[in-house]
Design a protein around this ligand. Structure first.
Ligand code: AKB
Length: 335
């Protein structure tokens, strides 16, 4: 007999830890987590499975034990890591996602209830051709510039498309009407957490300079001072995931939504860090390849669809993010 549960893949990662804490605080259970790593002390899922999301046998075993009403599929190699190991990135970011979509498709049919699959996509799905185009298209809409320049961006876009296919067309040749899964995704900007430091991303220069300054370490930023992309506080990212998950299916006009909060240059980010930590030593040593990746990402996103369809609104603008969330929590963390 299968038990009903919520599955969180990549649960030991930055979004995973924050989401798990919020789901647990909201009394959601049982929460089954899956990650290559052990869960950090303090995180208390109902069951943690340490293993790879790309392991088909492991997933089949989980599907025998549990019927997942909801799957938060967070496991991924981020953009810089994926560029270093593109074939591995495809396995983890796309092949494993396909395994999970198959699992969710089967469980939707067997249970007669759509399994909800919530997926963090990224601004990396966009590929602005040059800085002139970036400057003239300040807020990109979901349908603009879907020409990613990274393996990670290609992977995220591919999974968005697969998720839409499994939700809308999967089994379309079969005579009987199938219950299909319900895939929903968010195109996140660079996320900044006060409690965890990122690894393997290309938007990491922001959180890295902040965490370095809080620890009294010098930081050489790997992009130019004028480099501008959107960012978001981690609590808003978790609210966005839960807000999209809670929305009635009928209200959703699309399966992949932009969500924005604020946008700032590396120099302005450094300015915020230096105001909070006046001794911060921040210099610039741009890495051409990583610079090229961030230059292809938009200045900001147009998130009107999310605001209209399911009421998205960030709680943290730039100043609240630093003054009320990042700086006090990060001080406490490193004191
Ligand atoms: C990355 O830099 O790879 C991520 C992202 C923007 O999706 N933080």
């Amino acid at each position: 007999m299968q038990k009903n549960a919520i599955l969180i893949t990549g649960a030991a990662g930055e979004i995973g830890q924050a989401l798990l804490a919020e789901l647990a605080a909201g009394g959601k259970s049982p929460l089954v987590t899956l990650d290559l790593q052990a869960m950090p002390a303090g995180a208390q899922p109902s069951q943690h499975v340490q293993g790879s999301v790309a392991d088909a046998t492991l997933l089949a075993g989980l599907a025998e034990q549990y019927r997942f009403a909801q799957i938060f599929h967070l496991a991924a190699l981020l953009s810089t890591s994926a560029e270093r190991k593109p074939a591995l990135a495809h396995q983890v970011n796309v092949d494993a996602s396909l395994l999970l979509l198959e699992l969710a498709a089967r469980q939707s049919m067997e249970g007669g209830q759509p399994v909800q699959v919530i997926f963090p996509s990224s601004i990396a799905v966009y590929g602005l051709p040059d800085l002139a185009a970036k400057a003239t298209h300040a807020k990109v809409g979901e349908g603009d510039f879907n020409d990613p320049t990274t393996m990670y961006g290609c992977n995220k876009l591919a999974v968005e498309k697969l998720g839409a296919y499994y939700s809308n067309q999967y089994g379309q040749l079969q005579a009987e009407v199938l219950t299909r899964l319900d895939f929903r995704s968010l195109r996140f900007p660079g996320l900044i957490s006060a409690h965890t430091a990122p690894t393997g991303g290309t938007s990491d220069y922001g959180p890295e300079m902040l965490h370095a300054a809080a620890q009294g370490q010098a930081y050489a930023c790997f992009v130019r001072p004028d480099t501008t992309i959107p960012f978001m506080a981690m609590p808003d990212a978790v609210r966005a995931l839960l807000g999209l998950a809670a929305a009635p299916a009928a209200a959703l006009g699309r399966r992949a939504y932009n969500v924005g909060a604020f946008s700032l240059s590396a120099e302005a980010f450094a300015g915020q860090v230096q105001t909070a930590f006046p001794g911060a030593k921040i210099s610039y040593a741009p890495n051409a390849a990583r610079q090229g990746i961030v230059d292809s990402w938009p200045l900001d996103v147009d998130d009107r669809a999310a605001r209209t369809d399911w009421g998205w609104a960030p709680e943290y603008d730039l100043q609240r993010c630093f003054d009320e969330y990042l700086v006090p929590n990060i001080r406490e963390r490193y004191e």
